[in-house]
Structure formats: structure tokens, C-alpha cells
Write a protein that binds this ligand. Structure first.
Ligand code: ZN
Length: 754
């Protein structure tokens, strides 16, 4: 062959390989990704996580999303779905309802076996979507709107992922995340055997495991999912704004980074702006009074998807039990001294000991910093990922009644799990969010006042339960309480998903660091010893925390002795972890041997028909006489120099309707618009970390008129120009009236990037 012909042939091969996808194959797997808005009611709904009656939603920092990937083998092979929710945790009732919808839409393609729904553990989302009473008490029972928006978002994101399933490749990478978590119960961790602890360099897991999804036909990345353990408690128990906390922020940063790095357009003009011209132009544009409009639903997604193709980036939770993002440590708020090491209290008071995030005392900043630390590791792992996954897709799932599992310990001693119960340390809360006065972490007795109260309320545990749960002092025997319906779960799902060498363990709770390590190790050993060489030390196991349902914490047997918060919240007694390990080993063995399991196990109850909802709905909106919804109450204030610059905060307040009238799903309540020629274009919205939507009732008037404040913290990369703040909302005159949509805008203002 002549050199020239050889060159042409080589070029042709290269081009062909490029067309077929990177590394020259057609993609080992079929891959689909999806994403959908699941932001719940932004007013008057108790937030899930801290159990704080006073923490009710009053606006949005940024919107919450359900993010999904589907993987399948080529040619109708096995497939599974993984959904990551910007929610505190998965919910049994949500899982049940989603599976029902998937069945009616897709038949038997997606079932309990191969669908995993996982929560990121943000403590800043609206609650009331779990069916067991212990988890809906502070939200005054079931909140239909919180529930429906999540079910719908999961379904929509799965449909989207299903519809865009295409051949592709999956890359795996692992790396360390620095300073995004510390152990919040180090004294309990120290109770684990010294030789076991000696095998690890830290009392938290710092590894992030990342998957990168690449479309075979275009060679373009379509998604990134990773697992890393740290609590979603950067936002405090006093926060009122809906937020995905540090993991939600990391997703926002990653998706925006991907969009901007793959974008060819360059909006930054190189010539310096004519400041005077901008200021003069802005002066001519007054606030727009409130006016009726069509329901806007594309505003947010327009901004977000401006770069074209869908890309989904998700930060998933792992064995998070004892890991806090408040990495500066816990201090007494009165003295500034470190808290008591064993009890996390300050001279006996649990309420004074509070953990500090890296942005302390600014929790929004802490959220961003912990989000950025995960985001940066993810970018490194994503850009350097070179190990391609291959091999089988497989899954095993079983439901277990955790109230009485017989567990065979070493030496053939048989013990049992117990009905669910929480101990006194549960009421003490944690350094991320102190609980009730009169309790401390590590309590092995209940103070007489609370004991009497418990007994008056007829909540005393059975003698069997008292013995079974020892040394936990049973504060509330939730597993023995069924009035008016079950207070805690008895039946829990466990699941193993396999994607080549990656093994994902879906666990329905928060494993502590050491619990997670023991479970991963037990599963890996079982796979290797039963798998005919198919599994080896390269097989990589991750824990997907808070998945499919929720049952609080899982501490080790040794940690359980100390009865700190995590142990006091380990529902099924001292052998809870041993039961998980035993049952996961059965699933792992079945998977390794290519066998089925003996049965699906008992079905969890659907308690939807008996849920109690005591939270009243919005009663109808009012505004002062001679105003319209969307009218400005307080226009933006201009600084003396006549324009704003980066780092400054602009805000405007509008007469508004209750955001519960319409959640504006896939839309936005707030927007920042920039004047381009004679047109206003939306450049920031509810999804942006720089834009805040705050809602409240104006308590200064008898009528309790609704007020929406839009606040914009001008980001460093802002483009100089003429801007305004815009509000979208809806109103209802009375409960039965039709919903009306409205909008309003502030006066224009100049922004100069200096
Ligand atoms: Zn937690």
C-alpha cells in the first residue's frame, strides 16, 4: 500500500471509530438519563429531617430535582433504574405508588426488583410524604402536595430516561473528597475493635465513586452519578428555604459547569461597558405593575437547557450515618468551647452544642463550600475517567420483616432483631440539629418526667421489647404502636444492583461509617467466594443510602453500646447490622451463583387510605386595596453610584399569592432578566444559587397579605448590562376559586462587572 493510501485508510478508520463512539466500540450498554423538577410547597409546610415544628418552608433557595439513569444490556438484556431524589430520604409509599404507575405504563419492565429510588438526605425539603407516623408527626401528618410532586417527578424522569435509552459506554472512577465530612459521633466510633479501626486511616469514608455515561453515537457525555457519604445538614434546623443542601448544590454546579464547558457561545464581551449609557438606559424603565399572564412553565427550563442536549449530574448519598458536613467541629454556643466529647452537650444541656460548617455562621456559604468540594472531586474524576465498565447487569431484591429476624452470629449463637424503637438519645438530636431539652446523646436511662409522660400517653414498651432493645432505653416503642396507624416500618426492602464490576447496595437507612464498611466487605467476600472467578478484588461495592424506604440508622453492635443518636435511632435492636449483613449475603450468594431468591418476601403495607392530614390548605389570597397581584411593594434600592456590581445584593418585594396555589413545576417564581436590544431575556431563575425567592404573609396587616421577595446576589461572572427582577405567581380568591396567574417586574438597574 502506498503511504498516501495508508494515511487515508488510517484516517477513515479513525473517523469510523469516532462515529461509532470513543474507543471505537458501539457501546457496551444501553443508557438513558432523565431529570424532572420535584420542588414541593414553598410555604407553611414543615421541612423533613430535623423534626423541628418551627421549621416551615418560606421560599426557595434552589429547586429540587429527581435525576434518573437507566442501564440495560444490548438487545433486551436485563436493565435497572436508579433515581436520585433531592429529598431527605426515600419513602415506602412513594416507592409503592411509583411502581404502580410504572406497571400501568411499562408492564413488567420496571418492578420493585430493578428500580432503586434514593434520597440525598437534604434537610431542607418539604415533608409529609412518608407513611409512617413517626416521620410525619411534625408535618401534622400527610401532605398531599409534597407527596404528589415527588411521585410525579420520579415518574417523569424515568419516562424521559426510558425514552432516550441509546447505546453508550460507562466509565468508572474513584477518588478522595477532602474536608467534606467529619465523624459527629467519634466516641461511638472508638468503641469498634482497635484492630478493625487500624485498617482505616480515617473515622469517615472519604472515597467518591463516580460513573460517567457517554453516548456511543455522538461521543458526548450524557450523565454523571456519584456516591459519597456526608449529611445534608449544611443548612440548619432554622432554615426556611427549600434547598438541596450540599449535594443539591453540587449537582447544580456540575450541570452548569458541564453546560458552560461544552458551550461554544461566548457571552462575555471583551470591550468595557459604557457605564453611563447603561445607567441612563436603566433609568428610563420603570417597574411593571402586576398583570395577568399565562401560566409560565418554560422559563426555568429555557435557561437551564439553553446549551442544548440534556445532561444529568447527580450526587448520591452513601453510608452517611455518623458523617457531618459541619467540618469545623461542634462548639458550645454560650462559651465557644468544644462540647463534651462523649455526650455532645454543654454542661449537661444538649441544645447548646452545635456543629459549624466551613462558612460558619453563614449556612448558605457552608452549603456552597461543601457542595463545591464534592463538585471539584467529581469534575476531576469525570474528566480523567478512563476505565470502561463491561460485564453483566443484574439485580436481586427482597422484602424482610425486620421485627424478628433470626440472626446466626459467629459460634452459632442465634439472636433476634426487635420491633422498631427509638431510645432516649434519639430525642437529644445531634450536633447538626439539637433535639429536645432534657435529653443527651448517650443516655442509657430516660429522665422520670419523660418516662411518666410516655406512660400517661400509653406509649410504654412491652417487657419483651425492653429486654430485646437493651442497652437502649426505649423512649418510644414505635414498632408496637399502631394507633391510628403504624408509627414505624416493620417490613424493609434490601436490594443489590450490579453494573459490571460495580455493585450497588440499596439500603433503607443511614449506615454509620463502620457499619457500611462491614456490609460492603461481607458482600464482596460472598460474591468472590461463590462466583467462579467472576468477582474478584477489583469488584467495587458502594452503598446507596436512604433507598426505597426509610428506617433511620444502622450502628454497629459496639456503637450501639454507647447509645448516641445513631445508636438510639437504630430501630431493630443491637443486632440490626448483623441482620442486614446476613440477609445481604443471601442476595449476594444468589447473584454470584446466578440463582433466584426463595421469594419476594412480605409486602410492605400501603397506608395511603388511612393517612391523617391536619395541615390546612391555603384559604385564598388577599392583597391591599387598589393593588394587583404582582405589584411592587418595595422596589429595588439603587446604591449612590447609580449601578450595582458583583457581590452586591439586589432585592424587590411584590404583593403575591400563596406558592402552594401552584408549585410552578419546571417553572420559576423568580427571575433575573437582562435587556438585549428591546427584549428582556431570562438569565437567572429559581434554580440558580445566586437567586433567592422568599415568601411570607405580611403580619403588619390584619388581612395577612402575601409578600414575595426576590433577592439576587450578583455573581462574579455576571455580564454587564441593564437588568430587572421579575416575579411569577398565582393567586386564588377563595379555596374554590380558579387559579389566576400573574407577573410583575422591578424597575430596571444597571450592573457593571468590574
Ligand atoms: Zn441523618
Amino acid at each position: 500500500m502506498q503511504p498516501k493510501a495508508l494515511l487515508i485508510a488510517l484516517l477513515l478508520v479513525c473517523a469510523w471509530n469516532w462515529i461509532r463512539g470513543i474507543d471505537g466500540d458501539v457501546g457496551e450498554f444501553l443508557i438513558g438519563v432523565g431529570s424532572y423538577d420535584m420542588t414541593g410547597p414553598a410555604a407553611h409546610v414543615n421541612m423533613m429531617g430535623y423534626g423541628n415544628l418551627d421549621q416551615n418552608s418560606a421560599g426557595i433557595h434552589f429547586r429540587l430535582r429527581a435525576r434518573t439513569f437507566i442501564v440495560a444490556h444490548q438487545n433486551q438484556g436485563p436493565r435497572f433504574v436508579f433515581v436520585n431524589l433531592d429529598a431527605c430520604m426515600a419513602s415506602q409509599l412513594i416507592t409503592i405508588k411509583v411502581l404502580e404507575r410504572l406497571k400501568s405504563r411499562f408492564g413488567n419492565l420496571y418492578t420493585q426488583e430493578n428500580v432503586a429510588i434514593s434520597g440525598i438526605h437534604s434537610h431542607a425539603g418539604p415533608g409529609g410524604y412518608l407513611q409512617y407516623l413517626l416521620y410525619s408527626a411534625t408535618s401534622l401528618g400527610f401532605v398531599r402536595q409534597s407527596f404528589d410532586v415527588i411521585v410525579n417527578a420520579i415518574e417523569q424522569s424515568i419516562i424521559q430516561a426510558h425514552n432516550n435509552v441509546k447505546p453508550g459506554s460507562i466509565f468508572i472512577n474513584k477518588g478522595e473528597v477532602k474536608d467534606a465530612g467529619i465523624n459527629r459521633s467519634p466516641s461511638a466510633y472508638l468503641l469498634n475493635p482497635a484492630e478493625e479501626r487500624a485498617r482505616y486511616s480515617s473515622n469517615v469514608d472519604t472515597e467518591m465513586t463516580l460513573l460517567k455515561f457517554v453516548d456511543a453515537s455522538t461521543g458526548k457525555s450524557v450523565g454523571m452519578f456519584n456516591w459519597f457519604a456526608t449529611h445534608g445538614t449544611s443548612m440548619s434546623r432554622n432554615n426556611k428555604l427549600i434547598s438541596g443542601d450540599n449535594k443539591g448544590a453540587a449537582s447544580r454546579l456540575f450541570e452548569d459547569w458541564f453546560a458552560s464547558s461544552s458551550s461554544s457561545s461566548n457571552t462575555n464581551s471583551t470591550s468595557p461597558p459604557d457605564i453611563e449609557k447603561l445607567v441612563e438606559k436603566a433609568k428610563t424603565i420603570k417597574a411593571t405593575g402586576g398583570k395577568a399572564c399565562e401560566k409560565q412553565s418554560s422559563q426555568a427550563s429555557k435557561v437551564r437547557k439553553k446549551e442544548g442536549d440534556l445532561f444529568v449530574g447527580a450526587f448520591c448519598q452513601s453510608n452517611v450515618g455518623d458523617v457531618t458536613p459541619n467540618v469545623l467541629g461542634a462548639f458550645c454556643i454560650d462559651s465557644g468551647q468544644p462540647c463534651d466529647f462523649n455526650r455532645s452537650s454543654c454542661h449537661g444541656n444538649d441544645q447548646l452544642c452545635v456543629g459549624r460548617g466551613p462558612g460558619y455562621p453563614d449556612e448558605i456559604l457552608s452549603t456552597k463550600i461543601i457542595g463545591e468540594r464534592q463538585f471539584k472531586t467529581a469534575v476531576d474524576l469525570f474528566t480523567s475517567a478512563s476505565e470502561k465498565l463491561s460485564g453483566d447487569i443484574d439485580y436481586r431484591h427482597v422484602y424482610l420483616n425486620f421485627t424478628n429476624i433470626e440472626v446466626k452470629l459467629e459460634g452459632n449463637k442465634v439472636v433476634k432483631t426487635c420491633p422498631a424503637a427509638v431510645g432516649a438519645g434519639f430525642a437529644a438530636g445531634t450536633t447538626d440539629g439539637p433535639g429536645v431539652f432534657g435529653f443527651q446523646q448517650g443516655d442509657t436511662e430516660i429522665n422520670p418526667l419523660w418516662k411518666n409522660l410516655r406512660d400517661v400517653l400509653k406509649m410504654q414498651p412491652s417487657q419483651y421489647q425492653v429486654e430485646c432493645q437493651k442497652p437502649k432505653p426505649v423512649l418510644m416503642s414505635a414498632g408496637e404502636m399502631f394507633d391510628p396507624y403504624a408509627w414505624a416500618p416493620a417490613i424493609l426492602p434490601i436490594q443489590i444492583l450490579r453494573l459490571g464490576k460495580l455493585i450497588i447496595l440499596s439500603v433503607p437507612g443511614e449506615f454509620t461509617t463502620m457499619s457500611g464498611r462491614r456490609l460492603r466487605e461481607a458482600v464482596l467476600e460472598t460474591l468472590i467466594s461463590n462466583g467462579n472467578g467472576e468477582f474478584n478484588n477489583e469488584t467495587h461495592v458502594v452503598i446507596a443510602g436512604l433507598t426505597n424506604t426509610y428506617s433511620q440508622y444502622i450502628a454497629t453492635f459496639e456503637e450501639y453500646e454507647q447509645q448516641r443518636y445513631e445508636a438510639a435511632s437504630t430501630l431493630y435492636g443491637p443486632h440490626t447490622l448483623s441482620a442486614y449483613i446476613q440477609e445481604f449475603k443471601k442476595l449476594a450468594q444468589a447473584m454470584a451463583k446466578g440463582e433466584g431468591i426463595t421469594g419476594p418476601g412480605p409486602s410492605p403495607p400501603d397506608l395511603s387510605s388511612v393517612q391523617i392530614s391536619l395541615l390546612p390548605g391555603p384559604l385564598g389570597d388577599s392583597i391591599p386595596d387598589k393593588t394587583r397581584f404582582g405589584d411592587i411593594k418595595e422596589d429595588r434600592a439603587l446604591p449612590g453610584r447609580g449601578y450595582f456590581t458583583k457581590g452586591e445584593r439586589v432585592s424587590a418585594t411584590f404583593w403575591s399569592g400563596n406558592p402552594r396555589n401552584d408549585l410552578l413545576t419546571e417553572g420559576t417564581f423568580s427571575a433575573v432578566e437582562r435587556l438585549e436590544g428591546e427584549r428582556w431575556i431570562s438569565v437567572y431563575d429559581d434554580d440558580d444559587l445566586s437567586l433567592f425567592f422568599k415568601w411570607k404573609l405580611d403580619s403588619s396587616s390584619f388581612h395577612l397579605n402575601g409578600l414575595a421577595t426576590i433577592e439576587w446576589e450578583i455573581p462574579n461572572d455576571v455580564v454587564s448590562g441593564v437588568y430587572r427582577l421579575r416575579h411569577f405567581g398565582s393567586s386564588k380568591e377563595t379555596i374554590v376559586s380558579a387559579t389566576q396567574y400573574f407577573t410583575g417586574a422591578s424597575s430596571a438597574f444597571a450592573v457593571v462587572r468590574q
